[in-house]
Design a protein around this ligand. Structure first.
Ligand code: AMP
Length: 356
């Protein structure tokens, strides 16, 4: 692929904070961004050259959008795939649509990883209420039931410790097809974030130790500690194999549990990831800049960490009310996403601290 020259327009599907940070990185490199998202708190539009507010299924709007873009990417992994297929061929879409398809289905992604030799928690599928009992018996209790599609940040998840809880669990999970997963007794969580260029070159950022609270990422720290460091090589191999198989272009994230048996793959995000926000200040090239570089066919930047210790803390719900205190801390690199409403559990910003 010949590189897209600065001044070209990058289309971004999705209008959240990931799109906002992608658009800011793109602007630094001289590209224009056009955001496409349904009506909502589209904080990416505030920093982009153009914004189309329309449903993902609105083919006319999508066609017009595609006509204005030189390349299209996405910041939201639940973008419906079918409408995207109709614009494919008019304009390149990176990462590939197949990566979206795999990542949107928790069963497909686990099977994809296993086919390539990766390890996952034991899982079984329940496509109807009647199958829940059998699926949970297959993986044992305690188990986690997750909706196969459309789950994120712990949404659509129910933990069950006894069979007597299953009927209510099916209802609580929304009465949709479920995956039952064995509860992993992990010692830590981490993700592998990599960028893959149009020529197949892969670069990896260091894996942070990720701590979740109520299913939502709370903090990321480097160094990640000996356990994660010892499992990073095997996890990188798994993530890299998946990216190669998908002929992926852009930033790709794979989340892992560090267990006594080695790294267990949890899920894929075919996009920049919250656990990579620290790279804005903590790495030579951020995940956002390298995603833009990759999809524009530019040389990739160095992913090396530039501090001895890094801490990223998410600001969730009303954490943003501490803005005055955060802005007066000289060590805090504060990022606020400009969200109009600070609902419970909503990510409204993050803070990164580097220690040298
Ligand atoms: P997910 O939506 O799959 O990323 O899950 C959100 C969080 O729930 C994970 O980061 C873990 O902290 C926890 N979790 C998910 N699946 C499992 C599992 N099979 N065993 C133990 N904890 C899990």
């Amino acid at each position: 692929m010949t590189a897209l020259p600065p001044g070209s327009t990058i289309g971004i599907l999705g209008g959240g904070q990931l799109g906002r940070m992608l658009a800011m990185a793109a602007a630094q490199l001289g590209y224009r961004c056009h955001i496409y998202a349904p009506a909502g708190d589209n904080v990416a539009c505030e920093v982009a050259a153009a914004c189309t507010v329309a449903e993902y299924h609105d083919l006319d709007a999508l066609m017009n959008f595609a006509g204005s873009c030189d390349v299209i990417t996405f910041e939201f992994e639940n973008v419906p795939v079918e409408p995207l297929k109709s614009i494919f061929g008019r304009v390149p879409i990176y990462p590939p649509i197949t990566a979206l398809e795999v990542a949107q289905d928790r069963v497909a992604e686990k099977e994809f990883v296993r086919k390539l030799g990766g390890e996952t928690a034991a899982f079984a599928v329940a496509r109807s209420e009647i199958e829940v009992e059998g699926a949970v018996s297959a993986v044992g209790t305690p188990a986690i039931l997750k909706t196969i599609r459309m789950g994120y940040d712990g949404k659509g998840q129910v933990r069950v410790s006894a069979h007597s809880e299953l009927a209510s669990a099916w209802r609580r999970a929304g009465g949709q097809p479920l995956i039952a997963e064995a509860m992993v007794r992990f010692d830590a969580e981490f993700s592998v974030i990599l960028v893959r260029g149009t020529d197949g070159e892969i670069r990896y950022w260091d894996s942070t130790r990720n701590v979740h609270e109520d299913g939502i990422l709370a903090t990321c720290c480097l160094p990640a500690g000996p356990l994660i460091e010892s499992q990073q090589v095997a996890a990188r191999k798994m993530a890299g194999d998946v990216a190669d198989e998908l002929e992926y272009v852009g930033v790709f994230t794979a989340e892992f549990f560090a267990s006594a048996e080695g790294p267990l793959f949890n899920e894929i995000a075919p996009r920049v990831h919250n656990s990579g926000h620290w790279t804005i200040e903590g790495a030579e090239t951020s995940q956002f800049e390298n995603h833009i570089r990759a999809i524009c066919g530019l040389p990739l930047g160095s992913t090396a960490t530039i501090a001895d210790r890094v801490e990223m803390q998410n600001l969730i719900g009303d954490d943003g009310e501490r803005w005055a205190q955060l802005f007066s801390d000289p060590a805090a690199n504060v990022h606020l996403y400009g969200k109009a409403e600070a609902r419970t559990g909503r990510k409204i910003g993050h803070v990164t601290r580097l220690y040298r």
